[in-house]
Design a protein around this ligand. Structure first.
Ligand code: CQA
Length: 294
């Protein structure tokens, strides 16, 4: 049966509103920052192979907050090197926000930014068309593989761009998160596969295993307070529900059966824990680190 539900991706204003609220209610960015400060330095230590210049590609960089955090760790590890940073991001609003952030940080003058207002697949097409031979030392794809047609092919392409000792980092929700549970039961009703896919690091691991690609793997514990979702008519609860389901106006457009089923599962111990009077959704993330192909 075709899904009559509209993807949240079609309404960028509402996506950004629900995303901002999600960031306030969750530890998503904090757990990434912890990873960047505690684990990433060791991963970045081996890249570059003594070069004085490093090429970085951010795929789906958004407003750049997490990118700049990583670039700062890279600079701490390799203080003498200059950096060429290719930013790939289709949203002009997000690219603008990223540029503003950069303009406020003159200390980033060791980085040359190249702004690519396009999707990952457009970037891939351009790269192939121009027969680019440039290689990358560090590529990251954070919470973006949901939005490509073929996550496996996208990983293979970007992995092929890695230079000797280069690293590709992927962050997605973990299979053992509330999203993993929600999608096992409701992917057919919720996922508009034309636009976004219910893919977890579990799926990516199985893909890499099947290709014989080795990787390092980390789990980032993360949570999200979804208590407001259970107050009928609560504006913020509805925004959070839209983010969780990626359905525009989920509360108003989903069938009563689907809505009841999703709400029941969201508060079930397989998705959420209880802390005092709060419902705390498991937003655990997975990180995969991949080397240049052999
Ligand atoms: C668009 C699509 C996706 C966006 C976006 C805009 C997005 C964040 C901000 N703006 Cl058009 N995606 C995003 C970011 C973080 C995150 C997830 C998606 O944790 C996770 N999804 C699946 C687990 C949320 C349903």
């Amino acid at each position: 049966m075709a899904s009559p539900l509209m993807s949240l991706v079609h309404d960028d204003d509402r996506y950004q509103k629900s995303f901002q609220l999600f960031l306030e209610r969750s530890s998503e960015h904090q757990c990434m920052k912890d990873f960047i400060h505690n684990k990433l330095p060791h991963i970045l230590a081996s890249i570059g192979d003594g070069k004085s210049h490093l090429n970085v590609i951010g795929v789906g960089s958004g407003a750049g907050e997490i990118d700049l955090e990583m670039l700062s760790e890279l600079h701490k590890r390799h203080p003498e090197v200059t950096v060429d940073n290719e930013v790939v991001e289709p949203s002009s609003q997000q690219l603008h926000n990223y540029k503003v952030l950069v303009s406020q940080k003159p200390e980033l003058n060791y980085i040359k930014f190249t702004w690519n207002k396009m999707t990952a697949s457009e970037f891939e097409e351009n790269w192939k068309q121009k027969k680019m031979t440039k290689k990358a030392d560090f590529i990251h794809m954070i919470q973006m593989l949901y939005y490509v047609k073929d996550p496996g092919a996208t990983i293979s392409f970007f992995q092929s761009l890695l230079d000797k000792n280069g690293k590709l980092i992927i962050i997605l929700v973990s299979e053992k998160s509330g999203f993993g549970t929600l999608w096992r039961k409701y992917r057919n009703q919720l996922c508009n596969t034309e636009i976004s896919q219910c893919v977890t690091t579990g799926d990516i691991k199985r893909f890499l295993d099947s290709k014989g690609v080795s990787y390092q793997s980390f789990v980032l514990p993360s949570h999200m307070d979804i208590t407001e979702c259970f107050t009928e008519g609560d504006e913020k609860g509805e925004l959070l529900l839209d983010f969780l389901t990626e359905v525009l106006d989920f509360s108003k457009t989903a069938s009563p059966e689907l809505k009841a089923g999703v709400l029941e599962l969201l508060r079930h111990p397989d998705c959420s824990s209880r802390s005092e009077d709060r419902v705390v959704f498991n937003n655990n993330l997975g990180v995969l680190v991949i080397d240049k192909p052999i």
